[in-house]
Ligand binder design. Structure first.
Ligand code: HMG
Length: 385
């Protein structure tokens, strides 16, 4: 039985900050961001969107075009939780009109949660082959203004349908994991932005890659030379270059950028979207690789600070191009508004909901789903016809 990704789609906010604007404002050489970090733009959410509305937007095209009655599980991976108790997926479940015979749960382990969700979904579908699991990875990456992390912000959501009819990619069962208790990036409940030891985090990412790769090999994983492309968790795209160089050197082969460039193209325009980043890179690979990836293996490396890492692989299926949302995705990237620095700051300083007082949020973008306010301590979401 084959199990894997039947459909995959992303959503990003309709506005972005060009990092050239940020560089000029801070008197930093633009090349530091474009070359040193490998980012051109970062997506900035509007006041009336959050992880729920982004998730619903990402999943909408999938639900519209699939037999959604067989979805009986939603796994929602995020580290931008909006509630300490209720899963964000339940709001999405209602907004998308999914059947009530469906379980909902939220998963958290920094940027790794979506990969845990994927592995769990594959196991679940093996047990119930006539059911499908909807995975949603949705996050807003925010760092304090005037810190080195500021250029590595971003936002977005990826939705994936996991089933026994993997029209896009079969997920292989071999994988390699690595966990260690470290403080490279963390966000206590009372904080809106994380604490981060940036350079240490990048070193631990590489260290975890080496260990996860070794475990993958020990568990009967593919040989390095079997892979056509590699996708990495991308906090910023330059990280893929560092990671791939490291993996190449572990396999005594020179760095080949062609194996990772297609997977960096979308992320370079969007920034870090935590749980969604690796899967955005997968979509970027599938949609930007020049040629046919059918029957080719893609290596995937997931890293979540704190830290948990996993290396796994998938095989792209024949006809996969017929099931991608290329036009929609490229339109989302192209048709965005560029923000000036002060507009960006105004978005960053979105009034935080501190108490239960009634709060109305004006409509200020075109999406199908929006956060319209807060009433009686309850977030108010609506579908826009
Ligand atoms: P920084 O202080 O900007 O670093 O912080 P830098 O001064 O070393 O500059 C970065 C690179 O730009 C360097 O290249 C410079 O040489 C280069 P490198 O030494 O790396 O090869 N540079 C230039 N290049 C061309 N022209 C120039 C120029 N000037 C400098 N003129 C840092 C960078 C990434 C640390 C910071 O942005 C940060 O803290 N980001 C947040 C943390 C992060 O993204 N960590 C990544 C690994 S951890 C992870 O991925 C997990 C995460 O997603 C969270 C989760 O799991 O939930 C973050």
């Amino acid at each position: 039985m084959m199990i894997g990704i039947e459909k995959i789609s992303f959503y990003i906010p309709e506005q972005y900050l060009d990092l050239a604007v940020l560089a000029d404002r801070k008197n930093i050489d633009r090349a530091k961001f474009s070359k040193g970090i490998g980012q051109e733009k970062i997506a900035i959410p509007a006041h009336d969107e959050d992880i729920v509305t982004m998730a619903a937007e990402a999943a909408h095209p999938i639900i519209e075009s699939c037999d959604y009655e067989s979805i009986d599980t939603i796994l929602f991976a995020t580290e931008t939780a909006i509630d300490q108790s209720k899963s964000a997926g339940i709001y999405v479940h209602r907004l998308l009109g999914l059947p009530s015979q469906c379980r909902n749960v939220e998963l958290k382990q920094a940027c790794y949660g979506a990969t845990a969700a994927l592995q769990m979904a594959c196991g679940y579908v093996a047990r119930k082959p006539n059911k499908k699991v909807l995975i949603i990875a949705s996050d807003i990456s925010r760092y304090d203004i005037d810190t080195p992390g500021e250029a590595t912000q971003g936002a977005g959501a990826v939705a994936m349908l996991i089933s026994t009819n993997p029209k896009i990619m079969e997920i292989n069962s071999a994988s390699g994991c690595y966990s260690e208790d470290i403080m490279d990036f963390w966000r206590p409940n009372y904080r809106k932005t994380p604490f981060v030891d940036g350079k240490y985090s990048a070193l631990r990412y590489l260290h975890s890659l080496a260990h996860a790769w070794k475990d993958y090999q020990n568990n009967g994983g593919r040989d390095f030379f079997d892979f056509t492309q590699f996708c990495y968790h991308l906090p910023f795209t330059r990280m893929a270059e560092k990671a791939h160089k490291h993996l190449c050197s572990l396999n005594q082969t020179p760095l080949n950028m062609d194996q990772i460039l297609p997977g960096m193209m979308y992320n370079r325009q969007i920034g870090n979207c935590y749980n969604a980043s690796l899967y955005l890179s997968l979509i970027s690979t599938l949609e930007n690789y020049e040629g046919d990836l059918s029957d080719k293996a893609i290596g995937m490396f997931s890293y979540g600070s704190g830290a948990v890492a996993e290396f796994f692989a998938g095989v792209v299926q024949k006809g996969y191009k017929n099931h991608l949302y290329i036009k929609r995705h490229q339109g989302l990237i192209k048709n965005r508004k560029s923000l000036g620095y002060d507009e960006y700051l105004a978005c960053w300083n979105t009034p935080e909901i501190q108490d239960g007082s009634e709060y109305v949020i004006e409509k200020n973008r075109n999406g199908k789903y929006r956060l319209s306010g807060l009433k009686d301590h309850k977030r108010q979401y609506e579908s826009v016809a």
